[in-house]
Design a protein around this ligand. Structure first.
Ligand code: 5GP
Length: 175
């Protein structure tokens, strides 16, 4: 079995504090609007469930399943494994993503959902790696900007491990 060394990067308290701030901003912006919050599976389920509980407005939840990574390498291909269960036409969509790395995934989702004619799409990502991004997609809300390092925890995995860590850690010994 591979021995993996982790070094903590963002604490549980820092995550929860930042989520509270983003939740308040989203509440102010979307109060009284017709909103669908979209959880981008798999990595953002933990962020999604903490964030929506900090949003004091009426909204629907939906789930979009995608796969694009094997190990730590992006395949560059985004595959829909589970589609939304409702129409988003004329709705305000809040896309909730775990991490924007190259930007390929969020851009592909954005284009796919835009074709369904929502009133607006707002993107929220817990983590952003600006140095790794290969396009100019700009998420409206970013929890934390980090360097070009592979991270796990708080929903993010490395080959299905470490998702349940309550904090974000950097994986040390990847080549
Ligand atoms: P992008 O298309 O922006 O390159 O990659 C987005 C997806 O890649 C994320 O939703 C996430 O699943 C995965 N990803 C990118 N960077 C990391 C990372 O540092 N750790 C983990 N666990 N997944 C990552």
């Amino acid at each position: 079995m591979e021995h993996i060394k982790l070094s903590p990067l963002i604490t549980e308290q820092q995550i929860l504090d930042r989520i509270k701030e983003i939740g308040e901003e989203l509440t102010a912006k979307f109060k009284d609007k017709d909103v669908v919050c979209v959880c981008i599976l798999n990595g953002s389920f933990m962020f999604f469930s903490d964030l929506i509980r900090q949003m004091d407005c009426d909204f629907k939840c939906d789930f979009l399943g995608l796969s694009s990574y094997t190990g730590t390498q992006s395949t560059g291909e985004v595959k829909v494994t589970l589609d939304l269960s409702q129409s988003i036409q004329n709705k305000h969509v809040i896309l909730i993503e775990d991490i924007v790395d190259t930007g390929t995934t969020i851009e592909a989702i954005y284009q796919m959902l835009r074709a369904r004619k929502p009133e607006s799409i707002t993107t929220v990502t817990l983590l952003h790696k600006p140095e790794a991004q290969k396009n100019d997609f700009k998420p409206e809300y970013v929890g934390f900007s980090i360097g070009n390092e592979f991270v796990v925890g708080y929903g993010l995995d490395y080959n299905q491990q470490f998702r349940t860590l309550p904090y974000i850690a950097q994986v040390q010994n990847l080549n």
